[in-house]
Design a protein. Structure first.
Length: 200
C-alpha cells in the first residue's frame, strides 16, 4: 500500500507534473516575463516555497514511484508564500487571475492548496487517503471545522470527489481569461446547517 512522506528536493519533478497541470494554467505560466518553460518556471519559483507544506504518496512496490501529492496548511501561509512568483507573469495576466481570486471569500483557517493523483492511479482510493490526511493535519492545527479549497468548475471529477468528502460550494469567481472556467470555493459542510436541520 502506498505511504505518505514529506516532499523533498528529489520530488520536484513529480510535484511539477501533479500540481497546476491544467492547459490554461500551463499557458499562462509559459507567458512569463523571463521566457522560461513551464517546468523551469515551476521549479524555480512555484514549487520550492510550497515544499514545506507538501506530502507525496509513494508506491513502494514500484521503485518508490510518486503517485500523488498533497499541499495543505494554514491559509495565511499560502497567502504569504505565493506572492513572489506572480511578479514574473505579465501584469495583465496577473490582474486577471489575482482579482477574481481575491474576490473569493476564502476563510482563514486550513486550506488544501493542491491535491492530485497521477492519471493512471486514479479510482483506487488514493484521493481519499490524501484528503483524510489533510483533515488529520487540519485537526492537529485546530482547524478541523474550517477547511477549504478551490477547484476549477470544469474539473467535474474533482468536484464530485470533494462533494463525496462532505465539501460544498460556497463561492465562485469568474476569471476573464480565454479558456479559464469559473473557480469554485468549497468548504467542509459540517460547519453549515443541513437542509434537514434547517427544516426541523
Amino acid at each position: 500500500m502506498p505511504e505518505l512522506y514529506s516532499a523533498t528536493e528529489s520530488h520536484l519533478d513529480d510535484l511539477v507534473e501533479l500540481v497546476g497541470t491544467t492547459g490554461c494554467y500551463r499557458k499562462v505560466v509559459q507567458q512569463n516575463k523571463l521566457g522560461l518553460g513551464y517546468r523551469d518556471f515551476m521549479i524555480r519559483f512555484v514549487i520550492p516555497p510550497l515544499m514545506k507544506y507538501s506530502s507525496v504518496l509513494i508506491d513502494n512496490t514500484r521503485e518508490g514511484r510518486v503517485i500523488g501529492a498533497l499541499i495543505c496548511g494554514l491559509k495565511k501561509d499560502f497567502d504569504r508564500d505565493h506572492v513572489p512568483w506572480g511578479h514574473h507573469l505579465s501584469d495583465a495576466v496577473l490582474d486577471e487571475i489575482s482579482i477574481p481570486l481575491r474576490s473569493l471569500k476564502i476563510p482563514d483557517g486550513f486550506f488544501i492548496h493542491s491535491m492530485a493523483i497521477g492519471r493512471d492511479m486514479q479510482g483506487r482510493g488514493f484521493g481519499k487517503k490524501l484528503f483524510l490526511e489533510a483533515e488529520s493535519v487540519a485537526r492537529q492545527l485546530n482547524c478541523a471545522e474550517n477547511l477549504s479549497l478551490t477547484v476549477w468548475s470544469n474539473n467535474v471529477k474533482a468536484v464530485r470527489f470533494y462533494l463525496s468528502m462532505s465539501m460544498i460550494v460556497t463561492d465562485i469567481a469568474q476569471v476573464n481569461l480565454p479558456c479559464f472556467p469559473p473557480l469554485l470555493l468549497m468548504q467542509n459542510s459540517n460547519q453549515f446547517i443541513s437542509y434537514p436541520d434547517l427544516c426541523a
